[in-house]
Write a protein of this length. Sequence first.
Length: 301
Amino acid sequence: MQVDDVLAHPPKVLTQVQREFYFRNGYLLVENFLSEAWLDRLWQITNEFIAQSRSRIHSDSVFDLEHGHSADKPRLRRLSFPTEQHAIYRDFAAHGPIVDVAEDLVGPDVKFHHSKLNFKWADGGEEVKWHQDIQFWPHTNYSPLTIGVYMDDVDDEMGPMGVIPGSHNGELFDLYSDDGQWSGAIKNRDLPRADLEKAVYLKGPRGSITIHNCRTIHGSMPNYSHRSRPLLLHTYASADALHITNLVDRFQFANVVVRGQPAKWIHFDPRPCLIPPDWSKGYSSIFALQQEKEAAGQPSM
Ligand SMILES: O=C(O)CCC(=O)C(=O)O
């Protein structure tokens, strides 16, 4: 769908000013969006996964663990693909109020792509380097967007989501390092073209949501506070955006139309997109990719 067609469709929860802001800037923050009832449900199951992580020693396809993780002091970096792990996460992704937000920004036919829960644990939870998302999971157009739910209050010290306004209309960066390995991050020598001085950091009370377009440059600093920063992220697209790689094909709940109708016609955007490596046999997390590459002397996503 073209932006004007999306805007012509009556909004469900956002104001027209918020929608226009998103299309102009490539991001949006909506404070205090989620009800306490939803937050309680999400916390109930999230606490169970944190408890389960205590028995894990190494990262696996579900639990991505930070250095220093232990049974006494769990440091879960990411719970991967939560919608595959529990029905409450699936219910939230398919029927939660964020689907209304997605509909207001991609149009009446909404496809869910994937989700993840980034914890950014207290006292040093790892940074996410500047990157754009669409190079990880190319689609035939650039409608995909990611909605993040702050499950707790987030302030400046906690590594809030940082975005570069307007960058969704700019350059799409090459996220491979010079040796041809996927780094998942914009190279240091390219960062001067990324307008980092314009960065806006999205903070807010528990229940606030962040939204960024798949081309928007974004990242976040380490969490130096004593509180963790659980951010539950969901990616949705217009149903007329066909995913190009098979990253999520092995999952039951992925590429599912959660609102409206499946597309009859595919929408192609003529702007080219980088092709990522073949992750069909597994993908750990942006943290693992970026931090491992860094340990090996090369930055990543
Ligand atoms: O957790 C964050 O601060 C950012 C996450 C992110 O950009 C990603 O996972 O792609």
